[in-house]
Ligand binder design. Sequence first.
Ligand code: SAM
Length: 179
Amino acid sequence: METGPDVPDRRIAFYPCCATDIAEPREILAPYADEVVYCDVDPKAGAAVEAERRARHRRLPELRFLEKDAGQALGGLRRVDVLFYRRDSDGEGGSRVYVLGDWYLRRLLALFPERGGLIITDGSNQRGGLFRKMSRTSGLQRYGFSLAPAPEQPLLGIGLTVVRVERQAAAPAYEDGSA
Ligand SMILES: C[S@@+](CC[C@H](N)C(=O)[O-])C[C@H]1O[C@@H](n2cnc3c(N)ncnc32)[C@H](O)[C@@H]1O
């Protein structure tokens, strides 16, 4: 089992390519998640998660670490409520994983709930202008979801945008079966 107990209302945040950026995201995510799943191919990130766990912050979300490729990690997650992602790149030292690109987002959003999902990001490693589109007032409609800026943006001061993710309403079906 990759995530914690299967409690229906337990909210899971996922942070791919986290490096040793552990403690601050845990604080940031406290209002949004019960557990933060960090992921990186580098075991140093796992050591940083363990160090944070030993600090025993009782009121902060639980921690989990996956030493995995960010794409492969998706296969081991049953549910994601919040994507947290920042300060990555496709240059030297960056993961070159396009988390905010079409391939990745399509697979990630398949794990999102119908309502109440969030993406909290600085727009790192976007492709196809997807972050720009989901950050504009009219938002982005893709993969059966509507992505648009949350009404409140408490994290802009540290360069993070909160994007609300909701499944699009199905088109009404007419009596003859057409949509
Ligand atoms: C630029 S650093 C991320 C910085 C981090 N987000 C922060 O805010 O401090 C990129 C990280 O991606 C990790 N990485 C590289 N390829 C990866 C992959 N395929 N899957 C997951 N993590 C990967 C690297 O080990 C490195 O820790």
